[in-house]
Write a protein that binds this ligand. Sequence first.
Ligand code: AMP
Length: 209
Amino acid sequence: MNIVIMGVQGSGKGTQAKKLAELKGWKHINIGQLFRAEMSGGTATGKEAKQYVTNGELVPDELTFRIFANAAPFNSSNLILDGFPRSVAQSKYLLEHYQIDKIIVLDLSEAEAVKRISARRNCSKCGRDYNTLYKKPQKEGICDVCGGELVTREDDKPKEVQRRIDIYMEQARKLLDFFEGKVKIVSIDASQGIDEIFSLLVKEVDSLQ
Ligand code: AMP
């Protein structure tokens, strides 16, 4: 079983994908996180990806496929895909090499997405994510787990946020057109709280099993 979770930045797709992976014991593949790990590790891949990630642009497919296939070998299953695919070429690649059972879209308005993204913080040491509105750390500005300093990602800064949302909206329309009739697509209202969204998400996944 393989699931793709889609949703505009701020829809909670990363949080939901991670919770689902923990519940089911499946592998959560967050491609943005994989790029950031390569970047903070200073690897050659990280160096190549850096200019795109810090500008909020999609990393070229060739590099993205390399990092994706490394995390999820062809035909593997029990994957929860978060942030991949983001282009029609990536979608074709995905259907060629993996079975995809369902696409779950977390639906959120642009205005709510901007509000949520502006509140996001990440630990500068371990990468854990927080949100000053919905997922506050116990101590302001400090990671609950490792004590690292919480920072705003370059691409979560206001000038990048609207651009990333515009990119997502345009890409999402193209992806959903491409997948229509090929893979089952369902939507969940992501303006709800984390627990409400999660229970709907689990229902959608369980309905496949
Ligand atoms: P995210 O953490 O999902 O917001 O992704 C952060 C950044 O990683 C994006 O702005 C892109 O630069 C890059 N990225 C994430 N997913 C992809 C993808 N499927 N294809 C190309 N670049 C991606």
